[in-house]
Design a protein around this ligand. Sequence first.
Ligand code: 5GP
Length: 210
Amino acid sequence: MVAVDNAQGMDFPAQRLGLLIVLSGPSGTGKTTLAHRVCDRGEAVFSVSCTTRAPRPGEVDGKDYFFLQEADFVERIGRGEFFEHASVHGRRYGTLKSYVVENLKRGTDVILDIDVQGAAQVRACDDEHVRRCLLDVFVMPPGLEELRVRLSGRATEDAAAFELRMRNAAGEMAHWREYSHVLVSGTREEDAARFEALVTAARMRSSLRV
Ligand code: 5GP
């Protein structure tokens, strides 16, 4: 999946670790679209999270999320299955550890679309490999009014859930400084071009060669 660079006969590891790409930002900023564009080209894999929220129309279990009951989610916490987990908009969300770790070791880039609490847990991880692999990006909407327009255009939430997401947006945006990169959202094309440029550059990091 990942192109292996060769520098034959030199002290240079042929294989590299995958990039751990963490994307955060308020609902409606287009994070999921950005992630899927890169994954659909086969250049990275998307980490399918577990959640206790209900599926939206058209969402597929195992593709968009693993939709779990509360008790199942709590049991998985107990078994240490999550790389990170948090409550977001009143529901639980978590990233499966095994999927992330196996792909990074194999040299496959993994994209996590997670909230600011989850990103903070990943950043605090004391595993040296995780630190070497991490590329954390905050996707900043151009403004709250534009975010409202985008989120309402999506029409995936009922009125109460929509207002909750709008209220939480400002709180999430206050965390942008914790990320190594911030992408101020423009058009879809601009966002995609910037994100892809960032990922392309990060793939050349010497820290990924171990
Ligand atoms: P949604 O319900 O719109 O799919 O996602 C709501 C929020 O939960 C988004 O900000 C998304 O980034 C976040 N989220 C999705 N999966 C995870 C996860 O595994 N962990 C954490 N911490 N947040 C997640």
